[in-house]
Design a protein around this ligand. Structure first.
Ligand SMILES: Nc1ncnc2c1ncn2[C@@H]1O[C@H](COP(=O)(O)OP(=O)(O)OP(=O)(O)O)[C@@H](O)[C@H]1O
Ligand SMILES: [Mg+2]
Length: 332
């Protein structure tokens, strides 16, 4: 690629002119083709096509993105992570019951105007409970993906440890943003609110935080932002707090059938060259996240070894590795 093209690309990027950007990319493709680099040219063209398709489907493409707007400003910066997830519920392996409940929430959000016309409001506040790696964060991403909304993630534990003393004030800022900017908000490690209660350092602050959260949960949410609180331990939560959620969804380790479905999906084209029965015994007690890691490990090996299939033995070993790791770091 010539320097001239690079300058032009950068300029169009700075100007936010997506069309110009893509047309320069096509010029580069043409140049590559003229120089006999057919494969590179083809790759570039495909990427341009992909960018165009995304633009058309309304998904924010760079250059035109609402990202600067949807990025928390001021004091919330650094506390809130914002992303535009692309996953959807279809890419998750879920029980019928959970899938149905999540789909209903998506539908209510999509048709919120209709609900509002009849004096109803869509479901907005959900508590996601379950062990690590069972799909709570992925659910938040998938809901954001389905609704084409940004996902804002706040780790409450970090908020507490960094700003203890100002936590209530920081939370207020967050709640104001939720009320002003429509999005999916994941309040991760939500049990931090409950677990600091016995903290002798500042009982007053904890009370302020709890009251602030309780009050927030009662406030009407005119933007219909989805507020998802995720936790590994439900026991620690205040009952008054738990009652304020519209929905509580429980996540657990997958059963044999779900575990296989997750592995199969993740292996993709690298199908298992043999019977599943030999790996079944290694599935027990692994979370969705651990299964995905095991699948990724064998796929990577297969790629590097130039194979197109995965041996049951290799998968069995990868699963066993996850089991061993898990034993070493058993959670408290
Ligand atoms: N239902 C599912 N279907 C398919 N893949 C899943 C599912 N749940 C989890 N995964 C996979 O496991 C990974 C880890 O899941 P996720 O990050 O959502 O766990 P989590 O419940 O948020 O855990 P933690 O409590 O540690 O935050 C995901 O990135 C995804 O690859
Ligand atoms: Mg998570």
């Amino acid at each position: 690629m010539s320097t001239k093209h690079l300058f032009a690309l950068l300029n169009s990027h700075i100007e936010g002119d997506v069309e110009q950007f893509l047309s320069i990319a096509l010029q580069v493709a043409a140049q590559e083709a003229r120089q006999g680099h057919a494969e590179e040219a083809e790759k570039l063209k495909r990427l341009v096509q992909k960018a165009r398709n995304q633009q058309r489907s309304g998904r924010p493409a760079s250059g035109q993105t609402p990202i600067p707007l949807a990025r928390p400003r001021g004091e919330l910066q650094g506390l809130v992570e914002s992303t535009y997830p692309k996953v959807t519920l279809a890419s998750m392996v879920l029980s019928e019951n959970v899938r149905e409940r999540l789909s209903r929430i998506v539908r209510q959000q999509q048709e919120r105007t209709r609900l509002r016309d009849h004096g109803q409001a869509p479901t907005t506040h959900m508590l996601l409970v379950g062990p690590p790696g069972t799909g709570k964060t992925m659910t938040a991403s998938a809901l954001a993906g389905e609704l084409h909304l940004p996902l804002f993630t706040v780790r409450l534990e970090a908020l507490f440890s960094r700003y203890f003393g100002e936590t209530a004030a920081k939370l207020r800022l967050l709640f104001d943003q939720i009320a002003q900017m429509r999005g999916v908000y994941l309040l991760d490690e939500f049990d931090a609110i409950g677990s600091h209660r016995g903290d002798p350092n500042d009982v007053g602050e904890i009370r302020r935080v709890l009251n602030s959260v309780l009050a927030f949960m009662e406030e009407p949410n005119s933007t219909d932002s989805l507020v998802l609180a995720a936790t590994n331990h439900v026991g620690i939560l205040d009952e008054a707090l738990a009652r304020r959620f519209d929905e509580v969804i429980e996540y657990s380790y997958p059963d044999g059938q779900a575990a296989r479905a997750i592995l199969e999906r993740r292996l993709g084209n690298f199908k298992l060259s043999g019977s599943w029965s030999s790996v079944e015994s290694a599935l027990d007690g692994l979370s969705q996240g651990e299964l995905v890691r095991a699948a990724d490990a064998v796929v990577k090996d297969a790629i590097l070894e130039g194979g197109s299939k995965v041996l049951p033995n290799a998968l069995g070993r990868a699963l066993q590795n996850r089991q061993t790791l898990k034993g070493k770091f058993r959670r408290r």
